[in-house]
Design a protein around this ligand. Structure first.
Ligand code: PLP
Length: 330
């Protein structure tokens, strides 16, 4: 059942996930079949579904080891460029802005990782270009949720209402949430142990600890359109300053604690106003075992990122496959 509420901020549209928000951003520029979007090679493959559902095509740009663009190719059907604030760290926009002005192309900020994060001038990430989106569930313990921000100076939207799904959340999520609450009092990450048991049983049945991307992941979003009412209410109640502080403290803790491990932090410094999604670093499978154990001992998960697009994975620089991160989701 859908619930409709008044939108206090008419520059925003809510969805269940960032893929829907990205798709909507393309629809708002009347993106057609045969149009193309420039996106980084270093991206999770699921995001291609937003482009493919509209019949368009992704053109990839390479990134260097510090995840900055190496070059921006040109294509005659190009309509938009995607700029990614990896792990909540602000991407420098200069080269993208020059390119978009020169070629009259829309700039879209993928801030799926960076809710609550800002750049050095305190501009909120996800709101620095023509359009931008965030994914709440990566930062807050909510079931789902994403928001598209549209700069109305440049693009026309009529967003006077927010549509939300009134639904019963899956039992698995409810149980995990209950354990998450216990964790706050007893300081034992029971919800993580549940996750480990569920991963182990997945390993026994499928041979993989983590869910494997489906063959369709690059083609179909495969997820409902609207955010759930429950998640929306929770995002409204969050103590934002406390969450930013918690994440910044964790970042500094891992910078210090992992100093003697065989790792190469992606960002050796934590800039002011950055609200990190997690602690990203280059390393290898052997080292990850002990780092995962350490992270788990204080309730956090360590995993590789991203699941690269099939077109990229076969022939990419090695460092694309050696990035891991400790997820700070509570
Ligand atoms: C950089 C980036 N953008 C977008 C997405 C898609 O987010 P969602 O799962 O909310 O659709 C992801 C997913 O991991 C991501 O890492």
């Amino acid at each position: 059942m859908l619930k409709k509420i008044t939108n206090e901020n008419e520059n925003t549209i809510y969805f269940s996930c960032a893929r829907h928000a990205f798709k909507k951003s393309l629809e708002l520029i009347n993106f057609k079949e045969s149009d193309t979007v420039l996106i980084p090679e270093f991206i999770c493959r699921d995001l291609l579904s937003s482009i493919n559902e509209l019949g368009g095509k992704a053109i990839f740009y390479p990134v260097s080891k510090n995840l900055k663009p190496e070059s921006l190719p040109l294509d005659k059907n190009l309509r938009a460029i995607l700029v990614v604030n990896y792990f909540g760290f602000a991407q420098n926009l200069d080269i993208f802005k020059d390119y978009s002005l020169k070629h009259n192309i829309v700039l879209i900020e993928d801030n799926a990782h960076g809710y609550l994060s800002a750049d050095k001038d305190r501009n909120l990430l996800g709101q620095r270009t023509d359009m931008g989106f965030v994914s709440f569930r990566k930062i807050l313990p909510v079931y789902d949720g994403a928001m598209l921000y549209v700069n109305k100076k440049n693009i026309n939207i009529n967003s006077t209402h927010i549509f939300l799904e009134k639904e019963t959340l899956p039992l698995r999520f409810q149980i995990k949430n209950l354990f998450r609450k216990f964790n706050r009092y007893i300081k034992i990450p029971l919800h993580r142990y549940i996750e480990i048991i569920s991963r182990y049983s997945r390993y026994l049945t499928t041979g993989y600890y983590l869910p494997q991307p489906t063959a369709d992941a690059e083609k179909r979003i495969g997820y409902k359109l609207y955010m759930s009412h429950n998640s929306y209410l929770k995002t409204q109640k969050v103590d934002k300053n406390k969450e930013i502080l918690r994440r910044r403290d964790l970042y500094n803790y891992f910078l210090l604690t992992l100093k003697d491990f065989n790792i190469d932090p992606l960002y050796p410094n934590l800039p002011d106003y950055t609200c990190p999604y997690g602690f990203p670093f280059y390393s290898n499978k052997k080292e990850i075992k002990s780092i995962s154990r350490l992270a788990l001992s204080i309730g956090f998960d360590c995993m590789p990122w991203p699941d690269l697009p099939s077109k990229i994975i076969e022939n990419c620089p090695n460092f694309y496959k050696n990035l891991y991160f400790i997820d700070f989701l509570e």
